[in-house]
Design a protein. Structure first.
Length: 178
């Protein structure tokens, strides 16, 4: 477990370095989680009204895929309770989908984004809420595009640890910015 604590410590340090710039911090969170939990992912934040959420950052190692992934992720604002991340945030519960059918997911993509969903080729998914000061402030979703490498419960636990450290850094960044 010493290695895990070291990784969590380093992630916390990385987040703390961005405390002066909340927008850059969310991008750092998406990139760091993708590196630690793989392969690509996004960060959503709950709006002040506690009814809507915004996808604020995405990360994919391939820039040619990241651009359409960003558009796809930010295409429609979502209400809490709608879509996968909306349900995770509303119910404050992580979600683990060990095996996802990439074609079925592409069929459910918003109009015009089926090709992006196919290119992302999501084979396994994990999403967790981000907690700070006793409330859900957002969530992190991660996906793997290679079959045969499904997420497991240990990935959920680890991502939750990282997410809560990220949430604390984000809350501190918001306080620092005001």
């Amino acid at each position: 477990h010493a290695e895990r604590f070291q990784v969590l410590y380093e992630a916390s340090q990385t987040f703390a370095e961005e405390v002066g710039d909340p927008e850059r911090l969310v991008t750092t969170i998406a990139r760091t989680c993708s590196r630690l939990v793989g392969d690509f992912g996004s960060v959503a934040l709950v709006r002040e009204d506690r009814e809507w959420m915004d996808q604020v950052a995405v990360y994919h190692p391939d820039p040619d895929t990241e651009r359409p992934f960003r558009e796809f992720s930010m295409a429609t604002p979502a209400r809490l309770g709608e879509g996968v991340m909306g349900k995770i945030l509303l119910h404050d519960q992580p979600l683990l989908l060990q095996e996802v059918d990439p074609n079925a997911m592409a069929e459910r993509a918003p109009p015009g984004y089926k090709d992006v969903a196919l290119r992302l080729n999501v084979c396994s998914f994990v999403g967790v809420p981000m907690h700070a000061r006793g409330r859900v402030i957002g969530g992190i979703s991660m996906a793997r595009s290679s079959p045969g490498r499904p997420y497991v419960n240990a990935d959920v636990v680890f991502l939750q640890d990282v997410a809560d450290r990220a949430a604390l850094a984000l809350e501190n960044a918001r306080l620092y910015a005001n």
